[in-house]
Each structure stands twice: as structure tokens, then as C-alpha cells.
Design a protein around this ligand. Sequence first.
Ligand code: PPE
Length: 305
Amino acid sequence: MPITPTEKIWMNGELIPWEDAKVHVLTHTLHYGTGVFEGVRAYETARGPAVFRLTDHIERLFASAKIFMIDIPFTVQEIVEATKETVKVNGLPSCYIRPIVYLGYGEMGLNPMPCVVNVSIAVWPWGAYLGDEGMQHGVRMKISSWRRHDPNIIPPAAKGTGQYINSQLAKVEAIKAGYDEAIMLNPQGFVAEASGENIFIARDGDLITPPLSAGALVGITRDSVIRIARDLGVNVHEADLMRTDLYTADEVFVCGTAAEITPVREIDDRVVGEPGPLTKKIQEVFHAAVRGEVERYADWLEYVS
Ligand code: PPE
């Protein structure tokens, strides 16, 4: 999915031309991976572009930074406003938004604390993350031979740039083997999440998702799915899942900002099938909610103007 350039990128308080948003090769984060980021989406609504759960995303950015002891030189409110401004100035009806906090040029060595802390926000158009076909008919997944981080090795609660090398090992393995996406087990062997999404199964009309303690990111889409499902009268539990729970589930889907709600039609060559009724219903309500069509979820939208 090649990036489509837009006009401006917000860098440390200023909107600058896309092509000027550069960093030095000795930027600390490039070498050691200490940085934190977010993935957010803005959707087209009847009242113009609205950013989905923007403040929640920026609060998670600050929580990630706190875990790594990175002091962001802006407030949550300032980054929220900067994000809205960046969406607005680029004039896109909908887009993906990537705020990133990274350690800059000036220091080397493993102590990150003296480093200058930079913040950038870029936006670009981004369609279905796992493909339009996957969105409609479901994706094919593989359980990775790579395990998800243990919380005492690299904290899954943080959305740190460097920790995605683990996801990428899994993603590459899955793609090379002919699948769309990887599911990762934790060191204890329970299901944690996919390389860039949380995971849910439907069993006997209930929804089950691994607890955060299984090594899943505290997903904002995951939280939205839980609320939507409960509002539909569905029981939602957090429980440890074994790989075979995925093989025998009635329905499986993954969710995330980029992937939205993507059905899973096969896992390790065991057929789950075309998207089931619960998956389709949650997809439908989620897609209506992000476009401002569901009054009950109006508080999830932050309009750019
Ligand atoms: N788990 C992981 C590991 C993850 O990266 C994401 C988001 C989620 C769960 C879902 O979280 P949330 O977006 O809050 O619902 N992954 C982001 C990065 C994707 C990328 O390729 O980069 C995203 O969806 O924006």
C-alpha cells in the first residue's frame, strides 16, 4: 500500500510541506527503537471530517510515553488540537493519522534520557488495511511461530515503535507462507492478538477476546466493539484462548484502527467460513458509528471544524 503524499505534516508545533518532513540519519529512535506512536482515523460525516476517539488515542500516546519515561513537550490538548488542524489543512474528507513521538539527533548510546523529544503528525488516505476482499469475505490467518512479547520483556501495554519488529517477524512469516495476516500466541501459549489488530471469537452467541494480560494492546477499536456488542445485548467475556478455540469458533474477526472490523475466514487452513451474523452486525454498527450516523455513539467523534 504505497503512501499517497498530502500537503502538510505537523512537526514540533509547525505545519511544514510534506517533502520537508525529514529526520537526520543519527536520529536516536532510528537506531534503538525508543519511540511511541498512534494510528487514528478521520471519517467523512455529514458535518465534515470527524476524528474517531481522538482524545482516547492521544491519551494512550501519553500513557505509552510514560511507560518509556519519555516526556512529551506538549499537552494532550495541544496534540489533540494539532491533529485536528493537520486533518483540516490537508483537506481530506477521511484519512489515516499517524502521530509519532521520537528521540532526535544529538545523543548516542543506550541512555535515551538526554535526547530531544520530537513529535510529528502526518495524515494520508488509507483504504482497507487487509484488502477490500478481506473486508468483505474474510482474511486467511496463520498462527505465528514467533511469540508475542512477555509483559516483563517488552510491555505490550505501550505502543512503542521498536516493539513492532516482533509483529513484523510474524507478518513476514505469514505472508511468505501465503496467508494475509499472523496471529500471535504469548509465551504461555495463549492467543494474544494479531500483528496489528486485536482478536475476537464468537461462540454460542457470545463474544470472547483475550484479556490485556495475555499480551494484547489496549485497543480502542476493541473497546468500541465491546461497547457495541453489549449495547446489542451480546455477552462479551475476556478469557484466555487456545489456538484450537480459534479453529472451532463460530466466527472470528480482528479489529484495529487500520483494519477496522475485518472478518477471518480461515486459520491455519481450518475453515471458519464467510463472515457470520455477529461479525456483520458489529461491522455495520461500527461503520455507521464512525460516520456519525448513530446518536448513541456521538461522543466518539471529534469534528475538525
Ligand atoms: N494490536 C496491535 C499490535 C496494534 O498494532 C493495533 C493497532 C491494535 C491491536 C488495535 O488497536 P486500536 O487501533 O487502538 O484499535 N495497529 C495500528 C497500526 C497498524 C500499522 O500497520 O501501523 C493501527 O491499526 O493503526
